[in-house]
Ligand binder design. Sequence first.
Ligand SMILES: Nc1ncnc2c1ncn2[C@@H]1O[C@H](COP(=O)(O)OP(=O)(O)OP(=O)(O)O)[C@@H](O)[C@H]1O
Ligand code: SF4
Ligand SMILES: [Mg+2]
Length: 326
Amino acid sequence: MRGRWGRSPCGFKSRPRHQPHPILKVENLSISIGEKKIVDSVNFSLSESEVLGIVGESGSGKTMTAMSIVRLLPQSAKVAGQIIFDGVNLLSLSEKQLQRIRGKDIFVIMQNPHSVFNPVFKVGYQVVEPLIIHRKESFSSSISKAERVFAEVGISDPKLRLNSYPHELSGGMKQRAVISISILSKVKLIIADEPTTALDPTVEAQIIKLLRTIVEKNRSAMIFISHDISLVAWISDMVAVMYGGWIVEYGTVSDVLRTPSHPYTRALIDATPQRKGKGIPGSPQDINWQGCRFAKRCPLAQNKCFSEVPPDNLYNSKIVKCFFPL
Ligand SMILES: Nc1ncnc2c1ncn2[C@@H]1O[C@H](COP(=O)(O)OP(=O)(O)OP(=O)(O)O)[C@@H](O)[C@H]1O
Ligand code: SF4
Ligand SMILES: [Mg+2]
């Protein structure tokens, strides 16, 4: 059964925030395209075996924030700030240096698994290709490893599937095959951008469980992006709520989603189908608006909110960008 808001197996679990080794530190990240600021002064960090959920309405900057880490952004995008991954500022690397990190240390799982595979090559070859390129392994030894990993992620008859063409695999099977690549490559960071949106609810639940297992078993870190707050609650340790290119609330799943402090987080939770919500009235504000970007939709807005940008304050163990938190 699909884990739903408030009933999910992992929802609101207060996992202790173990910080053995912060693998990623994003500091003052800003992204603009032309005059438009898409992401504005964003800060977060991530340790191994930890999942950061990024949630927010469409257009809030979730994908842009995550893709800036691997610099998969539109060519016209300008990025400022620091993205420290494993001690190195990724923004200071050349494209060639970054290419070595993509696929070897950082792996991106996109919404649509169908677009990952080239239809003319067999699945097996495409799954083991990073092992051959980045880790200089032989084809036969990497295919044996892939067979074991396919079985581990729940793909039936691994030998047959590895020897199949992509169109012979279902959507769920393909997404499992994509996840297998991240396991085989032993990546340190997985960026999963709406990885289950194209799947039916039963398969979605299985994939979410699988991703959580991998993070814990392989001690990877993961950024999990979704507009679905219940999925984020289910899988994440930490949550960043994004609105208009800002992170408006950031803290542990339990602190942010059990006792939201930002009016937008509150509205987002109330808008979920589980709360019989009907969406948040109004539409997202122009990102170049001078005051709080949520002001025109916020039930608590006061004069100040329309003219000044709220600071990031430490409030109830969270970072909250609001003059009048709940
Ligand atoms: N190629 C582009 N050129 C100009 N603006 C862009 C481009 N791609 C995205 N944007 C803008 O950047 C903002 C953030 O986009 P982003 O894709 O990060 O949103 P998102 O939160 O991932 O939304 P969704 O939930 O729909 O995936 C949006 O306002 C969008 O219009
Ligand atoms: S700063 Fe003002 S408008 Fe913005 S969320 Fe807080 S109360 Fe609402
Ligand atoms: Mg997106």
